[in-house]
Design a protein around this ligand. Structure first.
Ligand code: HPA
Ligand code: ZN
Length: 341
């Protein structure tokens, strides 16, 4: 490390910054090379001939155009070891970027609808994150998400499948196509999840209107909002998010790739921070959106001219917004406080 930290380059400051990642879909960390390897092992046909061809196909116009390819790519994941390989690869990369703690989404229905059991998926993921903890010291928690384009009944079945693995799961989430699938559709299943002791989170205000954020708070009683960037359209909602200190897990590269903002320079991250909101930076689907958490920090810093204290605040917010217990949070925040110029 540089002796004179004030001369430390921005890139190395960002690299070394202790981080937590709270918005990462493990299926979205499937790199084309692993996709090919698993397709071959499992005899799954894929529409591409090379990793370069896969990457070239990742030109999205909106959330749905991404989701179509993302669900298609997930078909190569069949065996428990495939989920292990996927999760271990993510943990290795995240740890190398100084992620100390990750809260990781997975989409059970994407797999159970193809005959891959909930148990196969979660056992592979769990083993990988246990090994990653031993090898890299990174802690993690798992968050199965309900696919909001499917029915509430299907979500309820998924919740039932999750119950035997309750001890491995911190929260349930809600993802997939937002428009036309408001949180209200899942009020009952989230109530059931909370009755079983799970925390709750939901994607809201990515493509959907600010009212979906309010619904997620009022009807799903979420502790965090994933994305939430459209909150700025409703000043009363912003004031509520600030007052109640509801975290937003923001994903800048994702937002640009899916057309939520035309360019990173147009992103409202600084306005969200200036409004006093508990914003963190995350990668969402790193294999599809051009980078992992460090790439998001670097790109956002460059496009928006973020200062070191803003970058530090983003990391602090992530630790605060995590589902770690208070002692574990304080250990990480103390590490962050020691990391300085
Ligand atoms: N939004 C909704 N669903 C998703 C996303 C997202 O950004 N990524 C993976 N599933
Ligand atoms: Zn997401």
């Amino acid at each position: 490390m540089n002796e004179n930290m004030s001369e430390q380059s921005m890139a190395s400051f960002i690299h070394g910054l202790p981080k937590a990642e709270l918005h990462i879909h493990i299926e979205g960390s499937l790199e084309p090379e692993l996709m090919f390897e698993l397709a071959k092992n499992n005899g799954v046909d894929i529409a591409y001939r090379s990793a370069a061809e896969v990457r070239a196909a990742y030109a999205f116009t909106d959330l749905q155009s991404f989701l179509d390819l993302y669900y298609d790519g997930a078909r190569v994941l069949v065996e428990q070891d495939d989920f292990y390989a996927l999760a271990f690869a993510y943990a290795r990369t995240a740890s190398a970027q100084n992620v100390r703690h990750a809260e990781v989404f997975f989409d059970p229905q994407t797999h159970t609808d193809r005959g891959v059991s909930f148990e196969t998926v979660i056992t592979g993921l769990r083993r990988a994150f246990e090994d990653a903890h031993r090898q890299f010291g990174m802690t993690s928690k798992l968050i199965p998400c309900f696919l909001r384009h499917l029915s509430a009944e299907s979500a309820l079945e998924t919740l039932e499948q999750a119950l035997p693995f309750k001890d491995w799961i911190v929260a349930v989430g809600l993802d997939s196509s937002e428009l036309g699938h408001p949180p209200t559709k899942f009020a009952h299943v989230f109530e059931e999840a909370r009755r079983h002791g799970f925390e709750t989170v939901a994607h809201a205000g990515e493509e959907g209107p600010p009212d979906y954020i309010a619904q997620a708070l009022d009807l799903l009683h979420v502790s965090r909002i994933d994305h939430g960037v459209r909150c700025l359209e409703d000043p009363d909602l912003v004031e509520r998010l600030r007052r109640e200190r509801i975290p937003l897990t923001v994903c800048p590269l994702s937002n640009v790739k899916l057309g939520v903002f035309p360019t990173l320079g147009d992103h409202n991250l600084v306005e969200l921070l200036d409004a006093g909101l508990c914003v963190s930076l995350n990668s969402d689907d790193p294999a599809y959106f051009g980078g992992y958490i460090e790439d998001n920090f670097l790109a956002a810093q460059e496009a928006l001219g973020l200062s070191r204290s803003q970058l530090r605040l983003l990391s602090r917010n992530a630790f605060e917004a995590s589902f770690l217990d208070e002692d574990a949070k304080q250990v990480l925040i103390a590490e962050l406080d020691r990391y300085s110029e």
